[in-house]
Design a protein around this ligand. Structure first.
Ligand code: ADP
Length: 360
């Protein structure tokens, strides 16, 4: 087991810097997910931790030891990639035994570990099979078996589920999480899939353009996104946004929020830190919007209705942006109808439009 510390880690390819001073402390036994859009530098960061990519600057500590210049095999790490890279001519057993044999371990020492790993990963009945006689999920489990028998202090997963179909991805997600709960090892897991991040992580690190946008527990990030990027990245369907300006209330003291483009939303609960004239962006998640008939905060002219079975998504335009409202009830609303909405104050997020930073 190992804690991992990254301090001021950056990466340059020639003149181009792609990772800009990453600071991240990962506790021993923690499951940390690096998530962000394609090209944001997640894999580069992971490969620097693995020793597959040179670190241009900063300090990497693994288990209390500076690891910047250690060779990959000296870092006591196991890595599982998107492509499982199994040897097609070797059985499941021999694929898993490949690493220990290369390291010249005796078969008496690694055989019990392989059997235990196979049992844990439900591969017990397949040890003599060749990879081509396995399903995608079973192959992915063999790749994990190979990582597990190494008994590493740190597991690195780089988009391990991207090649699997949707159903299998959900199943393997649960299996990897269960595996971690049993082994309690330190895991760094890279994905572009925010649902994987939300469901698997102890802590999520949201990255964008080579920088960390926010670090926190999944629901902390979901409920209190630090900025517009995190707010829009986490959640599906994603958070609804509308730009507006803080104004003095028409009646009585205090401030209100007037949205642009005649959207007609006026919210009375505006944080005390806001000042009249400030340009803000309101955010509200689809599942937090209520459909009501009296004194609505906004109206939605419904353009598209999507029933998913468990819930219904209603899409339409508010203030020039497409909004989504999620209802748990079976909805009879049809395209072309108008729905009146309440935006509960406790679920409203406000961001500074220019900097994108959260105001409350
Ligand atoms: P992610 O894993 O988030 O999709 P990557 O870490 O693969 O992102 O890439 C981050 C950035 O670094 C991208 O802009 C990519 O084009 C660039 N990059 C990655 N590898 C190289 C390389 N060998 N040479 C130059 N640029 C690279």
């Amino acid at each position: 087991m190992a804690a991992v510390q990254l301090s001021g880690i950056f990466k340059r390819y020639g003149d181009t810097q792609v990772v800009h001073g990453i600071d991240l402390d990962i506790d021993d036994g923690e499951f940390v997910v690096l998530v962000g859009p394609s090209g944001c530098g997640k894999s580069t960061l992971m490969r620097m931790v693995a020793g597959l990519e040179e670190i241009s600057g900063g300090d990497l500590m693994i288990g209390g030891t500076r690891a910047n210049s250690l060779a990959p095999q000296q870092r006591n790490i196991s890595m599982v990639f998107q492509s499982y890279a199994l040897y097609p001519h070797l059985s499941v057993y021999e694929n898993i035994a490949f690493g220990p044999r290369i390291r010249k371990e005796s078969s008496a020492s690694f055989k019990p570990r392989i059997e235990a790993a196979a049992k844990m990963l439900n591969l017990g009945g397949y040890l003599n099979r060749l990879p081509r006689a396995l399903s995608g999920g079973q192959r992915q489990r063999v790749a994990m078996g190979r990582a597990v028998v190494r008994e590493p202090s740190l597991f690195l997963f780089d988009e391990p589920l991207s090649n699997l179909d949707a159903k299998l991805r959900v199943q393997m997600r649960t299996e990897i999480k269960a595996l971690h709960q049993r082994l309690r090892n330190t895991v760094i897991y890279v994905t572009h899939d925010q649902i994987e991040a939300m469901t698997m992580a102890d802590r999520i690190v949201v990255m964008n353009a080579g920088r960390i946008e926010q670090i926190g527990r999944p629901l902390e990030l979901y409920d209190h996104p630090a900025n517009l990027f995190v707010a829009s990245f986490l959640g599906s369907p994603s958070m609804n946004f509308a730009e507006g300006v803080i104004v003095n209330r028409a009646q009585g003291p205090g401030l209100a929020l007037q949205l642009a483009e005649g959207a007609g939303i006026v919210l009375d609960s505006v944080p005390a830190t806001a000042t009249a004239g400030a340009k803000v962006t309101l955010g509200v998640r689809p599942e937090h919007i209520e459909t009501i008939t009296q004194t609505p905060d906004a109206v939605l002219d419904v353009e598209v209705v999507e029933p998913t079975g468990a819930e219904t998504h209603l899409y339409g335009k508010i203030g020039g942006n497409t909004w989504c409202v999620t209802t748990r009830q079976r909805s009879r609303v049809e395209p072309g109808q108008r729905v009146t909405l309440r935006l509960p104050a406790e679920h409203i997020h406000l961001f500074d439009t220019e900097s994108g930073r959260r105001l409350v």
